[in-house]
Ligand binder design. Structure first.
Ligand code: HEC
Ligand code: HEC
Length: 318
């Protein structure tokens, strides 16, 4: 599966833990993140939490893109198993997120799940492979992460033992260099069709920022000085588009309705269909106000001129 391969390579490089050992030590943290003390005011509302969690998992963060048994059906059971392979990591598989006690999250507390999502630290205190996008989820609110945990706990358990085969390089990195991410926010902005809430969704709940921000340099780090400027030389199966308000190379000439229509139909205003690697089939179920919030946030970004040509299809095998 080339898309997942490309993604992991990028994730590893982006973590700054991929290059030489020295670079790893210089750029990675260490230590542990304490379990969040979930406040009493948010833990009680099970119905509201499960509903919110389902919305995020299925329509906004699209966890099934990686964690579904068959990622082509992101809405299917989240029993994991899809392999991400490369020489740095070895073989890392997406975890079983169903509440099976032995092979999934059945024995985990909600606080442990919240910590894993936002910090990338698992139940035993190990740092998860950075394929899991905790670098972006670290700004997710405690309530949204708890909502995800409560939803995962409500799913039918599926027995599926997922085994990793970490490479030596990666095992060493885990011991000496890799560390969890520190969460940055406890509370989300008030939900509204405005730029502030859009910034929260696009960067910390949905993975728009992860895919659409260009990467560069030796470590292929996300270039946060050029947020959402697209990537003309991406290692992904399609080049993520420039979503800044630049009129020539971004989406500056799109109306808000154009934006909603593109996400809902998978066809952009030029009449081109959007590559299925862009998870529009799931994102299209986002509420109008949430999509509008994201669009209004994108309008506030600096317009960056960055032409992103469509990727040429690979030549047919000879
Ligand atoms: C780009 C792929 C990707 C996406 C998207 C993703 N994950 Fe993961 N996740 C992984 C991989 C791979 C692992 C295994 C990492 C490891 O074993 O070191 C993982 C591990 C986890 C773990 C730790 C489980 C355990 O048994 O150790 C949890 C919890 C988790 N993910 C939850 C989520 C949730 C919830 C979402 C959506 C909000 C999500 N992930 C989105 C790839 C992804
Ligand atoms: C897994 C990576 C990924 C994620 C997550 C993602 N995108 Fe995309 N997106 C892409 C790629 C790749 C393309 C280019 C597709 C093509 O070439 O047809 C794209 C294209 C688009 C387009 C069409 C632009 C044009 O000029 O045709 C829009 C609009 C868009 N994305 C918005 C979003 C928004 C908003 C989010 C978050 C809610 C998001 N994307 C999340 C990868 C992603």
């Amino acid at each position: 599966m080339p898309s997942t391969l490309a993604r992991i390579r990028r994730a590893l490089l982006a973590s700054g833990c991929g290059a030489a050992a020295v670079a790893m030590l210089a750029s990675c943290g260490g230590g542990h993140v304490p379990l969040p003390a979930l406040s009493a005011s948010i833990v009680g509302d099970t119905a509201g939490l499960v509903q919110r969690g389902e919305y995020i998992v299925r329509n906004v963060a699209v966890c099934g893109h990686c964690h579904a048994a068959d990622p082509r059906n992101a809405d299917g059971p989240l029993s994991g198993g899809v392999a991400f392979r490369n020489w740095r990591l070895g073989t890392i598989r997406a975890s079983n997120l169903t509440p099976d006690v032995e092979t999934g999250l059945g024995a985990w507390s909600e606080a442990e799940i919240v910590r894993a999502i936002r910090s990338g630290e698992d139940r035993e205190g190990h740092t998860l492979a950075p394929v899991m996008p905790y670098a972006w989820f670290r700004g997710m609110s405690e309530r949204d992460a708890l909502a995800i945990a409560r939803y995962l706990k409500s799913l039918p358990p599926v027995r599926n033992e997922v085994r990793n085969r970490p490479s030596l390089v990666y095992r060493a990195a885990r011991v000496f260099a890799l560390g969890p991410a520190r969460p940055t926010a406890a509370v989300a902005p008030r939900p509204a069709a405005d730029a502030e809430y859009g910034r929260y969704l696009a960067n910390h709940v949905s993975l728009c920022g992860d895919c659409h921000t260009p990467r560069g340099g030796l470590q292929q780090k996300a270039d946060l000085d050029r947020p959402f400027a697209g990537d003309a030389s991406s290692s992904l199966p399609a080049n993520p588009s420039n979503l800044t308000p630049d009129e020539e190379t971004g989406i500056g000439r799109w109306t808000e309705d154009d934006f909603l229509r593109a996400l809902r139909t998978g066809v952009n205003p030029r009449g081109d269909s959007i590559h299925p690697f862009m998870p529009w089939r799931e994102l299209r179920r986002m509420r109008d106000d949430d999509l509008r919030a994201i669009h209004r946030y994108l309008r506030t970004l600096p317009a960056i001129r960055n032409p992103v040509p469509e990727k040429q299809a690979p030549p047919p095998p000879s």
